[in-house]
Design a protein around this ligand. Structure first.
Ligand SMILES: Cc1cc2nc3c(=O)[nH]c(=O)nc-3n(C[C@H](O)[C@H](O)[C@H](O)COP(=O)(O)OP(=O)(O)OC[C@H]3O[C@@H](n4cnc5c(N)ncnc54)[C@H](O)[C@@H]3O)c2cc1C
Length: 460
């Protein structure tokens, strides 16, 4: 017979979304139990040590927005994050057979070699372009309409490769570039709107995060472990949720873990897991909700961590890393110069390169045998950096469903998910597929869902 456990809210998933939600629920005085089928907290945030290199298998860097900063303050963790070295801001694009610096601000965009004079003149005319309708518009269509096709193809598409491993023709502008769409709606221009927002942020009393990009001294597993340690009750690991059902008191969840089968009874239930996993569990309680969750697409990627000896490459390894545009027709999407961002990631004198392959551009890469994958990766890296000696392969990780791909109807889809949730009291859904794919956005979705669940439970 199954054991029975009671808690006010059960959180399924100890990724950053689930941990953020659980901490927020506890902060409001709610008892919470977190379960996860993995063997460590953090979900896709996983750091390994291999031959003196510290390797991230999932996310490599994070941004600290106002929400994460507040959480770090609340948890007494303000000294935990480690900022990437400031001189490594340069980002590169492999264009025309060489690495060209990517502009990182509006001003540098107009100086960039990635745009010709006509494209710069077209982009400067943006404030004069009539307001359009960005709802149901792809990122490619939106940026082309506002700033011209060269900006869309040479600047925005590579940026989307870096963040989403996605296709700009299919990613939705409203979901992926919300502040630019908002600027067009409010000001009629994304250039003027962005300028006004920047001035308002600088002068106004807007809650701030910390500038720059960050990790932790021992990698992002440190962040996960520290957030997990802040919980009154540590997450139960190696514990998989098999089924959920509604009952008179709220929710009845069947879990299987090291202690065998357990039934968890709770008033609130937060599923903080990828959309396909949430679809499988919600099928039994709401078929329409499950179908909507199942419709969310993910891009597959493979990451390969490589150690490079001094003098092992011809071009200098300097800056953040490089991206490869679709026009180059490579499986390699980009490469992060991890030991340039965080010098102690590699043993003295060596460099750590983090290669990313696949995405929606080359989805089959994720199923290739390891030898072939490594060969392709090294061949393409040679084209970009010029290899003098074969790098050491340190760790290859396959992510068949790495990054959610918010499409042109994502806002409608997310609103429909929220509507279904109003009929399922106490149930919440959080994760990177809801309102942004970054670690910070996933955390924010967990916190937001925790607040909604708390508010609903307090009125029942
Ligand atoms: C390879 C890769 C690189 C990335 N790079 C970056 C980056 O550099 N910067 C950045 O900001 N973001 C990056 N991201 C995105 C970001 O890391 C994720 O969006 C975010 O961490 C997701 O957090 P989450 O809590 O929503 O989900 P997850 O981390 O996926 O956690 C979900 C948890 O649910 C658990 N679970 C699932 N099903 C069950 C079940 N039935 N029972 C029990 N537990 C279950 C899983 O074990 C998992 O621990 C990257 C993502 C990947 C995959």
């Amino acid at each position: 017979m199954s054991r029975e456990v009671r808690t006010k809210v059960l959180v399924v998933g100890a990724g950053v979304a689930g941990l953020g939600a659980a901490l927020e629920l506890e902060r409001g005085g709610t008892d919470v139990l977190v379960v996860d089928e993995g063997d460590a907290p953090g979900g896709v945030m996983r750091t390994d040590s291999v031959r003196g290199f510290r390797i991230e298998r999932g996310p490599n860097t994070i941004r600290i927005d106002a929400g994460l900063q507040q959480l770090l303050v609340d948890q007494d963790l303000v000294t935990l994050p480690l900022r990437a070295t400031a001189e490594n801001k340069s980002r590169w694009l492999f264009a025309g057979g060489k690495l060209v610096r990517v502009p990182t601000s509006l001003v540098s965009m107009f100086r960039s070699k990635l745009l010709g004079p006509a494209a710069k003149r077209r982009a400067l005319r943006e404030p004069l372009i009539q307001r359009g309708d960005a709802s149901r518009e792809s990122v490619a269509a939106f940026v082309t309409r506002r700033l011209g096709s060269e900006v869309a193809e040479n600047l925005v598409a590579p940026f989307l490769t870096g963040v989403y491993a996605g296709d700009p023709e299919r990613l939705g502008a409203e979901a992926v570039l919300p502040s630019l769409v908002d600027a067009e709606r409010r000001r009629g221009s994304i250039l003027l709107g962005s300028l006004t927002a920047a001035i308002r942020n600088r002068l106004g009393n807007v809650p701030r995060g910390r500038p720059g990009i960050w990790s932790c001294v021992s990698g992002l597993s440190d962040l996960a472990a520290s957030l997990s340690a802040g919980l009154a009750l540590r997450p139960r690991l190696a514990t998989r949720v098999e089924a959920i059902a509604r009952d008179r008191e709220g929710w009845r969840t069947e879990v299987r873990g090291p202690e065998g089968e357990t039934v968890v009874r709770s008033r609130g239930l937060l599923l903080a897991m990828p959309a396909d996993a949430a679809a499988r569990l919600t099928g039994a309680v709401d078929a329409e909700l499950a179908a909507r969750l199942a419709s969310i697409e993910y891009a597959p990627i493979v990451t390969l961590a490589l150690g490079v000896e001094p003098g092992g490459v011809q071009r200098s390894i300097e800056g953040f890393g490089f991206l490869v545009p679709a026009a180059a027709r490579m499986d390699l999407l980009g490469c992060l110069f991890m030991s340039r961002l965080f010098p102690d990631r590699a043993p003295p004198g060596a460099e750590l390169l983090h290669c990313i392959l696949g995405g929606v551009r080359a989805p089959d890469v994720v199923t290739l045998p390891e030898d072939l994958l490594r060969k392709r990766c090294l061949g393409e890296l040679d084209r970009v950096l010029g290899l003098r000696a074969e790098p050491t392969s340190l760790k290859l990780t396959r992510w068949p469903k790495a990054v959610a791909q918010p499409g042109v109807r994502h806002r409608e889809l997310d609103a429909a998910i929220d509507r279904r949730l109003t009929d399922l009291p106490g149930l919440g859904l959080a994760g990177a597929y809801r309102s942004g794919v970054s670690v910070t956005a996933a955390l924010a979705s967990g916190v937001a869902q925790a607040r909604i669940i708390s508010a609903r439970l307090s009125t029942q």
